[in-house]
Design a protein around this ligand. Sequence first.
Ligand code: NDP
Length: 252
Amino acid sequence: MTRFAGKVAVVTGGAQGIGAATARRLAEEGAAVAVVDLSAERAAGTAGDITAKGGTARAYGCDVADYDAVEEVFARIAEDFGGLHILVNNAGITRDNLFFKMPKADWDAVLTVNLTSAYNCSHVAQKYMVAQKWGKIVSLSSRSALGSRGQANYAAAKAGIQGLTATLAIELGPFNINVNAVAPGYIATAMTASTAARVGATAEEHQSEVAARTPLRRVGQPEEIASVVAFLASEDAAYVSGQTLYVNGGAR
Ligand code: NDP
């Protein structure tokens, strides 16, 4: 399948987990992929996997919480690849704690990396997309947006992604730009492994416990989010905009 032939995709937080799976999926379907992460060296791992399989990718180091850095790196990407068509706002962090114990610094860090970074990247990317009258923005929200014990900061940021998505769809729609979000449930990545460690469980123990209360009786894999991001970034979803699609094995 070459749904993304001729398209340039930027995937933030692409060094591992859902971002790496998404970068690989978009590249398999013909996109030239800019793999952006805090560490260019770690992003180069994903880019290297893609090029080893005959795809097109390059690694870029960038803290997406820094607007000026995003502006500089996106300009470099557009110059290197000749455009910028698809943005996947995937970079994210957690700093879980019960609200009464949550330090202000952890509130700020989570809001900045999960939500303000989506402002930064979308604000810079839309300039390219508006000019070419074509664009797709897909951002990672979370099932936690509906409320999640110990995650007031993360839930607020991920709910913010949904509001940002709905609003950008209204404002950017007239420029042929689709804006959507994906809200995963529990996906087996380093992020959820660290949650397991925090509650004193191994990743396997934590996953079995979550699987038992998930209707499909298993946790999700990064590739199962990547395929939905790819759908929303493709012309298969040409009339879908302003939506948040929950991908959570049927969990409530
Ligand atoms: P991971 O922690 O495995 O990967 C996130 C990546 O983002 C890391 O490579 C990390 O780099 C990078 N990153 C963090 N901060 C920045 C920054 N400021 N600038 C650039 N890159 C950054 O996460 P997942 O793959 O699990 O999650 C991906 C997205 O999906 C996140 O937005 C997350 O909130 C969301 N999500 C995940 C779920 C899950 O169950 N895994 C469920 C619901 C939503 P480094 O490692 O160097 O910090």
